[in-house]
Design a protein around this ligand. Structure first.
Ligand SMILES: Nc1ncnc2c1ncn2[C@@H]1O[C@H](COP(=O)(O)OP(=O)(O)OP(=O)(O)O)[C@@H](O)[C@H]1O
Length: 325
């Protein structure tokens, strides 16, 4: 029994092919498949082409029993998941031939890649940021409304724009001196801070602003007060969002609830530690830095649907040829 797990993002799509007894067999990458930033037809086409490639890889025979687990960005609502499935059934030759198709959004697979299907909360801080919680049949979120609405606290965009504000504040005499100024000048190969203006505004891309987040962490290493404050504020906002979802979804829970920190920003251990510090008074929330690829979570979706417990799923997935804990 084969499972193709797919992590469909706004910049790329990743997939793993897994077999219950043989383990991880094959992986591939394709273009973006978020249906809102591309289209439903494009998104289903990307997935269909990945299935073509999986068959062409020689790991699947024609009559193999294949299930599909999909974690696709932008598919948080049941209506959108239904719409995606209808589009896939109409446009793909695999629309009606697969064993099972389980669809969730990319947040759910980021959570399940660490909990193996157990309920919990996940904060994803990449270019943007969103916090998502799942408890039994309930799913809830805080934030993730994009950089214009609230600035996605804790995201690369948030940290990058705070760094830019700090250096322009120093330039204007509105704020204190910060190591960020020299780090950005040297890192970007500039002579003057004003040279940043065309870089930022001429072809505005939030990824470009998010790329400045690295200077915040470099300045933290230099013990720069401003950078430490920026990171502390972000950590507080990330922790606060986790607490809000904990109260909304898990208040009556007897056992600990996992709070997974996923996305590029949490590759920095200082911000992970600061989030943990913020939650010392909420001991039921167990903070864990994500270690596994979210694609693992899309395989978990199928195994969970088939009735396996988190313990059984963990046993099935660990040490099976992928970087699973
Ligand atoms: N080692 C690192 N330490 C801290 N931050 C990092 C590191 N590497 C990358 N980042 C930051 O992570 C962010 C990108 O993260 P990621 O690749 O998870 O985002 P994405 O998938 O493009 O975005 P999104 O999840 O919002 O769609 C960037 O802001 C980048 O500056």
């Amino acid at each position: 029994m084969y499972i193709l797990g797919v992590d469909g993002g706004g910049t790329k799509t990743k997939a793993f092919l897994f077999h219950k007894t043989k383990g991880f067999l094959w992986e591939t990458e394709a273009e973006a498949s978020n249906p809102h930033s591309t289209s439903y037809t494009h998104s289903t086409k990307v997935v269909s082409q990945i299935i073509d490639k999986a068959y062409a890889s020689n790991h699947l025979s024609e009559n193999a029993d294949l299930s599909l687990g999909l974690g696709i960005a932008g598919l948080g609502r049941k209506e959108d998941q239904r719409k995606w499935l209808e589009c896939f059934q109409e446009t793909s030759s695999y629309g009606h031939s697969l064993n099972e198709i389980v669809i969730e959004n990319d947040g759910a697979i980021a959570l399940y890649s660490e909990t193996y299907g157990e309920d919990g909360i996940v904060s994803i801080c990449g270019t943007g940021a969103v916090t998502l919680g799942i408890h039994q049949t309930k799913t809830d979120r805080v934030g993730g409304w994009g950089h214009v609405i609230g600035g996605d606290p804790g995201s690369g965009y948030d940290l990058g724009s705070q760094a830019l504000i700090a250096v322009f504040n120093q330039l204007d005499g509105l704020g204190p001196k910060t190591a960020l100024t020299n780090l950005i000048l040297n890192g970007e190969g500039l002579h003057q801070i004003e040279e940043l203006i065309p870089i930022i505004y001429q072809h505005f891309e939030k990824q470009r602003v998010a790329a400045f987040a690295k200077y915040v962490f470099q300045a933290v290493d230099l013990e720069d007060d401003i950078a430490i404050k920026i990171t502390q504020k972000a950590a507080k906002q990330i922790a606060n969002r986790g607490k809000i979802l904990f109260e909304r979804l898990f208040q009556t829970m007897e056992r600990d609830v996992p709070f997974i920190l996923a996305g590029g920003i949490f590759q920095n251990d200082f911000i992970v530690k600061k989030v943990k510090d913020e939650l010392t008074l909420t001991p039921s929330l167990k903070v864990l830095k994500s270690q596994n690829s979210p694609v693992i979570g899309s395989i978990v979706l199928v195994l969970k649907q088939q009735g396996y417990s988190p313990e059984e799923i963990k046993k099935m997935l660990i040490n099976r040829g992928k970087e699973v804990q």
